[in-house]
Ligand binder design. Structure first.
Ligand SMILES: *[C@@H]1O[C@H](CO)[C@@H](O)[C@H](O)[C@H]1NC(C)=O
Ligand SMILES: *[C@@H]1O[C@H](CO)[C@@H](O)[C@H](O)[C@H]1NC(C)=O
Ligand SMILES: *[C@@H]1O[C@H](CO)[C@@H](O)[C@H](O)[C@H]1NC(C)=O
Ligand SMILES: *[C@@H]1O[C@H](CO)[C@@H](O)[C@H](O)[C@H]1NC(C)=O
Ligand SMILES: *[C@@H]1O[C@H](CO)[C@@H](O)[C@H](O)[C@H]1NC(C)=O
Length: 380
C-alpha cells in the first residue's frame, strides 16, 4: 500500500513534507568547513595563550582602575573629637612660655636674634594684659652703636612646651608684620629634630608691602605627599612636603589675597586654628568678624567649621610619624634664603634687601606681630 493511493489523506501528507527548501543543517558537513573563530574546541595552543593573555590584561586594567579610583577618592574620617583646654598663653606673662632663640639663622637671614634681656631693652617683645607684640628693631641706624651693618635685631621665640597629634591650636592674631626685607612666620616645629619631627607653618610670607596671600605649609622627611583628595578653600602650590624636593619649598597652600598684611590687619586680624590629628592637619583662617562663636566661647569644635582653608590629609603621609614634639614658634627673619633672594625681593621692593635692613631703620615700624590669646586644646 502506498500513501499516494490513499486519496485526500495522501495529498495532505505529501504537502506537509514538501513545504519549502530542505533545512540547511541537513546538507552541510561540519568536517569539511573551516572552523569558526568562536569555536573554542578547535583552538590551538597559541590561540589559547593569546586569549588567556588578553583576559589577564583586561582584569589587570579593571583592578588597577578600581584601585586607582579608590586611592583618588580616599579621604580620612575627620569625625568630631571632643577637646578640652590644656594651655592658655596670654596676658603679661605671654613671653614667659617661650625661649628666645639666639643662634645662627639657618635660613641665612640678615638678622641678629636677641635674647629676652636685649629684647626688653629695645622693646622688641612687649606683653600687656590684652596682647603681645613681637617686633623688628627700628632704633639702630648706620650711625648708632651698635649699628645694623651685619644685620638688624629681631626676635624668634619657641614655646617651652611641645605638642603632638590630638591637639587643637587657636591663635588670635591681631597684626601681621609688613615691610620690605621681612620674612615673618607663625609656625610649629621641633627645631632640634628638624625635619624628622616635621614643621607646620600657619602664617608666612615675605616682603609684604600691602596685602598678600598667606601661605600654610608642611615640611617633612621622605614619605609625605599631598597629591591626594583634599577639601580646602585655599589654593594648592606643590604637593611634596619632603625637604629634599623643590629646594625645601614644602607642600604649601595659599589663602585669600588679603589673608596676610594690610587686608588682614585692617579687618582687626582674626583667628588661626589648626587641628593636628592622626587623620590629618587642617588649618582655618577666620577674619575677626567671622570667628565662630564656639571659638569665642572657648569650646571649639572643628567639625562645625566647614571646609578648612588648608587640608593636609593622612592619605599619603603618616601624620603621627611625621609630626611630633611640636613647639609654637613666632619670628621675623630679615632677608635670608626666601625674602632676600634678588628676584623675590625685586617682586615687591627696590634696591637690595641687605641695604634696606642695614640702613633704613624707620622702614620697619610696621614690622611687628601682635598676638591676642593662644589656646591649646587636647582631644580626650
Ligand atoms: C613698647 O612697645 C609697646 C607695644 O608697641 C608700647 O605700647 C610701649 O609703649 C613701648 N614701650 C616703650 C618703653 O617704648
Ligand atoms: C658698625 O659697627 C661695627 C662694629 O660692630 C663697626 O666696625 C663699623 O665700623 C660700624 N659701621 C659704621 C658705618 O659705623
Ligand atoms: C633635608 O633633611 C635631611 C635630613 O633628613 C638633611 O640631611 C638635609 O640637609 C635636608 N635638606 C634640605 C634642603 O633641607
Ligand atoms: C619628644 O620629646 C620627649 C621629651 O623631650 C622625648 O623623650 C621624646 O623622645 C621625643 N620624641 C621624639 C619622637 O622625638
Ligand atoms: C626706606 O624704605 C621705604 C619703605 O620700604 C622706602 O620707600 C624708601 O625708599 C627706603 N629708603 C631708602 C633710602 O632706601
Amino acid at each position: 500500500m502506498s500513501f499516494n493511493t490513499i486519496g485526500g489523506m495522501a495529498d495532505r501528507t505529501k504537502n506537509a513534507f514538501n513545504m519549502g527548501p530542505p533545512p540547511a543543517y541537513k546538507v552541510e558537513d561540519e568536517d569539511t568547513l573551516a572552523p569558526r573563530w568562536y569555536d573554542a574546541k578547535r583552538w590551538g595552543k597559541k590561540v589559547w595563550i593569546a586569549v588567556a593573555a588578553i583576559i589577564a590584561i583586561v582584569i589587570i586594567i579593571i583592578v588597577v582602575g578600581v584601585v586607582e579610583g579608590e586611592k583618588k577618592n580616599k579621604y580620612p574620617d575627620y569625625s568630631k573629637l571632643s577637646y578640652s583646654l590644656t594651655d592658655t598663653i596670654a596676658g603679661t606673662s605671654f613671653f614667659d612660655e617661650f625661649d628666645y632663640y639666639t643662634g645662627y639663622d639657618s635660613s641665612d637671614g640678615f638678622v641678629h636674634y636677641v635674647d629676652s634681656t636685649v629684647a626688653a631693652q629695645y622693646n622688641l617683645t612687649y606683653a600687656s594684659s590684652s596682647s603681645a607684640v613681637l617686633r623688628v628693631d627700628t632704633s639702630v641706624t648706620a650711625d648708632t652703636v651698635p649699628n645694623a651693618s651685619t644685620g638688624r635685631f629681631s626676635v624668634r621665640i619657641t614655646s617651652k612646651k611641645q605638642y603632638g597629634v590630638g591637639s587643637l591650636f587657636v591663635f588670635d592674631v591681631v597684626h601681621t608684620p609688613i615691610g620690605c626685607g621681612t620674612w615673618p612666620a607663625l609656625w610649629l616645629s621641633d627645631p632640634a629634630n628638624w625635619p624628622t619631627n616635621g614643621e607646620i607653618d600657619l602664617m608666612e610670607n615675605v616682603n609684604v608691602v600691602s596685602s598678600k596671600a598667606n601661605q600654610m605649609t608642611l615640611h617633612t622627611t621622605s614619605g609625605c605627599s599631598m597629591g591626594v583628595k583634599r577639601k580646602e578653600t585655599g589654593k594648592q602650590l606643590t604637593t611634596s612636603c619632603v625637604n629634599t624636593t623643590d629646594s625645601n619649598a614644602g607642600c604649601g597652600v595659599t589663602g585669600s589675597s588679603t589673608s596676610f598684611g594690610d587686608g588682614f590687619n585692617n579687618a582687626g586680624g582674626g583667628s588661626m586654628a589648626m587641628e593636628l590629628r592622626t587623620e590629618g592637619i587642617r588649618i582655618w583662617q577666620f577674619t575677626r568678624s567671622s570667628i565662630p562663636s564656639d571659638i569665642t566661647s572657648g569650646t571649639p569644635d572643628p567639625s562645625s567649621w566647614g571646609e578648612a582653608t588648608a587640608d593636609f590629609p593622612n592619605t599619603d603621609c603618616n601624620i603621627g610619624n611625621h609630626f611630633r614634639n611640636q613647639s609654637i614658634i613666632a619670628n621675623i627673619d630679615l632677608c635670608g634664603s626666601w625674602a632676600g633672594t634678588a628676584s623675590v625681593y625685586a617682586e615687591s621692593c627696590s634696591g637690595t634687601c641687605e641695604d634696606q635692613v642695614a640702613n633704613n631703620a624707620t622702614a620697619f615700624t610696621d614690622a611687628f606681630w601682635e598676638f591676642g590669646t593662644f589656646s591649646v586644646y587636647s582631644a580626650s
